[in-house]
Design a protein. Structure first.
Lengths: 517, 180
């Protein structure tokens, strides 16, 4: 509504100025105003106005580049694309209007400032506003701080606009139309493509998939769990947010005091899954069954199904209560058992019985034709002295022997982190053949180790993987890279898109205000 | 849906970009339109203002830049090649050792410096008047006749600044309800 209103201002100015009679009438009135300002001219004021005008280009460039750098640093690619599209669109719209209206600079006045091209709309002001608005939407978190920054932006724009008028290089409507274009276009693009609710500006690494737990969402959760699972929830709060890089983990408390664990999934998870798998495909080729999900509903359904399948095969996973649809294809909740008192295996004492149990679980996964594919300390819990495996979203049915070997290798390393590798190896020999263990160790490299596990291994400093290699029978290293036509095409397409995008921006850097001189 | 909107936005932005450059921000200055006023503003002290009644057949403009530093118009030719002619309107010119040509209009001194005739015609031509100067730079592709430069030169008109001012004053008066 607000954006449409500002664009309406632009439309009115446009219609008036392309009509000869109306344009003349308006121009005469505006020249009267500029004549009045001309009477106020003083040397020091002129110097100040020129300084302001000279600074506009720098402020525009600094705001634009700051937003670009911050977006890249925090990997907010979508916001970055919207920012650049906004700048390009503002430049193109301004130019299109300038060509159509073809309004000369205020005639009869001494033009004290620098100018280029037609007067309407003021391109420097339009680009300044677009860069500042884009930078705010891309870099400043929503809330009180952003509201304060808006005030500062408004002050900068008013001063820059007054300088243009004082120097006589623009009419009032040129400045107003520029402000309207520079404001409306970036805001409308952000709302349409990167809405704040879905893509909030935050400064926490790796937690971009978390969604806010506002009152509206809490109400939807309480209602949805009641209607779809028949559970009366009295309290909803986040739980272990810092340990989750994917879904938003929640603790639900029912009216009868029961605690439930729930994972809130939004569309952003679907995108994260898509980009994660695309990235892996570019880096390694298709590492089996890494097709992305095309529907959030199926994404959540799959995890729910894997929990049921694993439970049916006596893999110790939390019991699932089912799925709650909060908004079709946009938000889902997966509700399950709350593991009261459970701790990550990295924080629990790991003795021989626990090692046997964990390795036995891997054996049962193998026997059931399943692979977890994300075995790391955070996903192996110890609950009442027993192993519980969580986060089965990446699990796979009928995996290749290589994929199963990776699960075994990861579990060996997870257990060794909290015990002795020789003991783990000895106990593993009771449940797996030497050849199976050799293949597992040969498969443990690079991408097969979850990043948390790699971090823990580095932190441990005992060269656990090297020790397992010493203990394992000799096995040929397992090649990771998989080349296919699809991978080559994807790589070439990715490079082409990146080069084309960078070229487009580079070729127009001057026109969108990123080059201040 | 979001993916589609994103793709559409990018396509629209790229589409809008066609000719986003400042270089093409104005048409060739005609003698009647508002562009001539803008050209006059680019050299506020010039007594004469260059404009074109029409661009000769075979010639097209490839870029027009009008600013407080002057006016620059670049022309392509279907025979003399791209950027074969460039017109610059400034407050002064350094004619250097250019040869004086016979005057055709009162108050306009003409100079020319021919750097090369064959195989490529290259020359600079100057029209110097009170408060301003028009400079032609011709650089034709090999084999193009030097006479092509005459086509453009003839199409160029020099308007009296006072003529533009009178026209604006008349328009302003007609735009005023009290007087019109």
């Amino acid at each position: 509504m607000w954006g449409a209103g500002t664009l309406a201002v632009v439309a009115v100015c446009f219609v008036v100025l392309v009509n000869d009679g109306a344009a003349r009438w308006l121009t005469v009135r505006e020249l009267d105003l500029l004549d009045g300002l001309e009477n106020l001219r003083h040397a020091w004021l002129t110097d100040l106005a020129r300084f302001v005008q000279d600074s506009v280009g720098w402020v525009t460039a600094v705001a634009g580049w700051a937003a670009i750098v911050v977006s890249l640093w925090w990997r907010r690619v979508r916001q970055l694309l919207v920012l650049l599209a906004g700048l390009l669109a503002v430049a193109a719209i301004s130019l299109g209007i300038a060509r159509t209206v073809a309004r000369p600079r205020p005639f009869g006045l001494e033009l004290l400032g620098e100018w280029v091209g037609f007067s309407h709309p003021s391109r420097p002001i339009a680009l300044l506003v677009a860069a500042l608005v884009g930078a705010v939407l891309t870099t400043v978190p929503d809330g009180r701080l952003r509201r304060r920054v808006w005030v500062g932006v408004a002050a900068v724009v008013v001063v820059a606009g007054l300088a243009e008028l004082y120097l006589g290089v623009s009419y009032l409507t040129d400045v107003l139309a520029a402000i309207a274009i520079g404001t409306a276009v970036p805001i409308l693009l952000h709302r349409a493509i990167a809405p704040e609710r879905v893509f909030p500006v935050r400064y926490r690494r790796g937690r971009s998939a978390h969604v806010d737990l506002d009152d509206e969402r809490v109400d939807a959760i309480v209602t949805g769990v009641d209607h779809q699972l028949g559970l009366a929830v009295s309290e909803v709060r986040t739980h272990g947010l810092e340990g989750s890089a994917g879904s938003t983990p929640l603790e639900l408390r029912t009216a009868d005091g029961q605690r439930l664990f729930a994972k809130l999934y939004a569309r952003s998870h679907l995108r994260a899954d898509r980009y994660y798998k695309l990235w892996r495909r570019l880096l390694y080729g298709r590492l089996e069954d890494e097709y992305h999900f095309t529907s959030l509903r199926r994404f959540v359904q799959y995890e729910d199904y894997m929990l049921l399948l694993m439970a049916a095969n006596e893999i110790p996973v939390p019991r699932t209560h089912g799925i709650v649809e909060l908004t079709p294809e946009r938000e889902y909740l997966l509700v399950g058992e709350f593991l009261e008192g459970a701790v990550e295996i990295g924080s629990a004492p790991v003795d021989v019985p626990l090692i046997d149990e964990a390795l036995g679980m891997v054996r049962r996964l193998w026997n059931a034709g399943l692979a977890h594919r994300d075995i790391k300390p955070a996903n192996v819990m110890v609950h009442d002295g027993h192993i519980r495996l969580i986060d089965v979203a990446f699990a796979e049915v009928l995996p290749s022997p290589w994929r199963q070997a990776v699960d075994l290798a990861d579990m060996l390393l997870v257990l060794a982190l909290r015990s002795d590798p020789d003991v783990v190896w000895e106990r593993a020999g009771l449940q797996f053949t030497a050849d199976e263990l050799g293949e597992a160790v040969a498969s443990a490299r690079g991408v097969t180790l979850p990043s948390q596990l790699r971090t823990e291994l580095r932190r441990d400093g005992r060269s656990l993987l090297e020790r397992f290699k010493e203990l394992a029978p000799r096995h040929e290293p397992i090649r990771l890279q998989r080349w296919s036509v699809a991978r080559v095409v994807s790589l070439l397409a990715g490079v082409a898109v990146a080069v084309a995008g960078a070229s487009l921006v580079a070729a127009n850097a001057d026109n969108i205000g990123l080059v201040p001189w | 849906m979001v993916k589609i909107r994103g793709a559409v936005a990018v396509v629209v932005a790229v589409g809008l970009l066609a000719g986003c450059s400042e270089q093409e921000s104005a048409p060739v200055p005609g003698c009647d339109g508002d562009t001539a006023v803008l050209v006059a503003e680019s050299v506020p002290g010039a007594s004469l203002v260059p404009c074109f009644t029409e661009v000769p057949a075979g010639w097209s403009h490839s870029g027009v830049l009008i600013s407080d530093a002057g006016t620059r118009v670049e022309f392509n030719s279907d025979r003399a090649g791209d950027d074969a002619a460039v017109l610059q309107f400034q407050d002064s010119c350094d004619v250097g050792e250019a040869v004086t040509l016979p005057a055709r209009e009162d108050g306009v001194d003409r100079f020319e410096r021919i750097m090369e005739v064959s195989p490529s015609f290259r020359s600079d031509r100057y029209l110097v008047f009170d408060g301003g100067c028009v400079e032609w730079q011709f650089h034709f592709s090999p084999g193009s006749p030097a006479s092509l430069s005459v086509e453009l030169s003839v199409a160029l008109q020099l308007l009296e600044r006072s003529e533009i001012e009178e026209r604006l004053a008349e328009l302003a008066a007609r735009g005023s309800p009290e007087e019109g």
